[in-house]
Design a protein around this ligand. Sequence first.
Ligand code: PHB
Length: 389
Amino acid sequence: MSTRIARISLTALALASIASLGHAQAQPKLKVGFMLPYSGTYTALGVAIENGFKLHVEEKGGKLGGREIEYIKVDDESDPAKATDNVNKLIKRDNVDVIIGTVHSGVAMAMAKAAKESGTVLIVPNAGADAVTGPMCAQNIFRSSFSNWQPAYAMGEVAAKEGKKTAMTITWKYAAGDESVNGFKEGFEKGGGKVTKQLTVPFPNVEFQALLTEIAAAKPDAVYSFYAGGGAVKFVKDYAAAGLNKTIPLYGPGFLTDGTLDAQGDSAQGMLTTLHYADGLNTPRDNAFRTAYAKAFKLQPDVYAVQGYDAAQMLAIGLTATKGDIGKKAEFAAAIEKAKIDSPRGTFSVGKSHNPVQDVYLRKVDGKENKVVGVAVKGLADPARGCRM
Ligand code: PHB
């Protein structure tokens, strides 16, 4: 009996070693560190990004560049004060191969600094901080989303074309809000408009009443606003509750109404926003993605889910080119730089600064959808001011 077991296990051993001859070396699992908000106003955004990323990995049979994936998660709480400690948990404690994160621009800038210093590959699946693909740009830092300037600049052009002459802005006081307002101002003023006043509240506060009163008194032609997640729900509802949506159109980058329409209900109807994704694109690529996402997560996808999905696509492109060896930095970057990324949003490329060059859609809220109206700006590239690579 025992000889028989011994013979069987020897045979098993022999088979296993013959099998492993086929692979030069069994590669360990690739450690992917998610640093995302899993608490606070941006929680839903973090979850959608993780879902989108995992959906693509599952579509690839659980492996990228031949390597199985191990996930490690850190909740960054959208707190810049904790960002350096949090990113170092992934880099130094967990020794991850790649970091996927994050949503908040202030946190992302601390992550980019740590990634640049350590050489760890970082793919930013949302945060638009202009600096990440500007002065902080690096061979190992990529973005699958947008720069804060991109959708904002497009909305400025749209507002001017709509014939608006004056606009007030209102946002959270931090990098994303400031840069979004700057982008809008650039596009709007180039088209002959004038930003008359810039209002802010500290992140992540949602006490808007005093500022809404100020807007009502000043009566600009339009209001431009950057909020997202829970804050966007509250702001759009408060704007409508004050009756302002009847008299002064509320514009914004699409974050104001993406992933939030269930909660915003009537208050968002008819709003125009600009973004690199929209409902109703009705391409085979987007339809397949939406069906797969809804099936896997019992949820409709939004822009954040797309950005997570595309972060995984970019990682897959780099790993395929390096046969799973993420240490081959130059080859990894070169493959992504020359790729046409087959995104649900439409094909995009990232070029030298590693930020998507992409169409920005004009969308209009209709029921529970941000319906595509047209392309506001085609193939829009971030100016990547200050990026030297
Ligand atoms: C950012 O902080 O860059 C940010 C956050 C949420 C968004 C968009 C940008 O929806």
